[in-house]
Design a protein around this ligand. Structure first.
Ligand code: IMP
Ligand code: MG
Length: 185
C-alpha cells in the first residue's frame, strides 16, 4: 500500500496478526454455537472487512445479516447519538444473534442496539464480537463476549476502520500522522 502507507505514523496490528486472531475467534465461535441457530449481524460500515474474514472462519451453517448505524459525525469523536440507517430484514426472534463490530469504543452504539432494538425482538441470545476493544474509553455497561485485540484509547484506522470515510481499505491497522487530521479531506 505505497500511497496509503505514507499517511501512517505507526502500525498497531499487522495483516498477519489480524488474520491469525480472526482464525482463533472463528474457532471459538464455531465451538460455542454448535447446534445453535446462529445469525451473524454485521454493524456497517466499519465491520465489513472483519465480518467477511470472520464469517469464513466460522465452520457452521449460519445466516448473515447487516445493519447500518451511524454514531460518528466527521472526525474522531463520537456524536453520542445513534441513528439506524438500515435495519434487519429478517425475523430473528428465538435465534442466537452475534453482533459483529469493528471496534467497541464508548459502547454507546451497541448499548443502544442491545437495549432499544434487540431487547424487544426476543432473541434466544445476544452476544458481541468486536475486533478491537478500547475498554478504558467505555462509558456504558457493555463488554465484548469475543474480542480480537484490546487497544489503547488512540484513534486507529484500517481493516474497515475509517477516518472521514477513508483508510478502510488499509489491510493493517495503524495510527495516522498528526498532519492528516489538520488537512481538509
Ligand atoms: P462507540 O459507540 O463509541 O462504541 O463507537 C463505536 C463506533 O465508533 C465503531 O463502530 C467505529 O465505527 C467508531 N470508532 C470508534 N473508535 C474508532 C477508531 O479508533 N477508529 C475508527 N472508528 C472508530
Ligand atoms: Mg462502526
Amino acid at each position: 500500500m505505497k500511497n496509503l502507507d505514507r499517511d501512517i505514523e505507526r502500525v498497531c496490528f499487522s495483516a498477519e496478526e489480524i488474520a491469525k486472531r480472526v482464525k482463533e475467534l472463528g474457532e471459538e465461535i464455531t465451538r460455542d454455537y454448535e447446534e445453535k441457530d446462529l445469525v451473524v449481524v454485521a454493524v456497517l460500515k466499519g465491520s465489513f472487512v472483519f465480518a467477511a474474514d470472520l464469517l469464513r472462519e466460522i465452520d457452521l451453517p449460519c445466516d448473515f445479516e447487516v445493519m447500518r448505524v451511524s454514531s460518528y459525525g466527521a472526525g474522531t469523536e463520537s456524536s453520542g447519538s445513534v441513528k439506524i440507517i438500515s435495519d434487519l430484514d429478517e425475523d430473528i426472534s428465538g435465534r442466537h444473534v452475534l453482533m459483529i463490530e469493528d471496534i467497541l469504543d464508548t459502547g454507546v452504539t451497541l448499548t443502544y442496539l442491545r437495549d432499544h432494538v434487540f431487547a424487544a425482538r426476543n432473541t434466544a441470545s445476544f452476544k458481541i464480537c468486536a475486533m478491537f476493544d478500547k475498554t478504558q474509553r467505555r462509558t456504558c455497561d457493555i463488554h465484548a463476549d469475543y474480542r480480537g485485540f484490546e487497544t489503547p484509547g488512540e484513534f486507529i484506522v484500517g481493516y474497515g476502520l475509517d477516518y472521514n470515510q477513508k483508510y478502510r481499505n488499509l489491510p493493517y491497522v495503524g495510527v495516522l500522522k498528526p498532519e492528516i487530521y489538520k488537512k481538509k479531506m
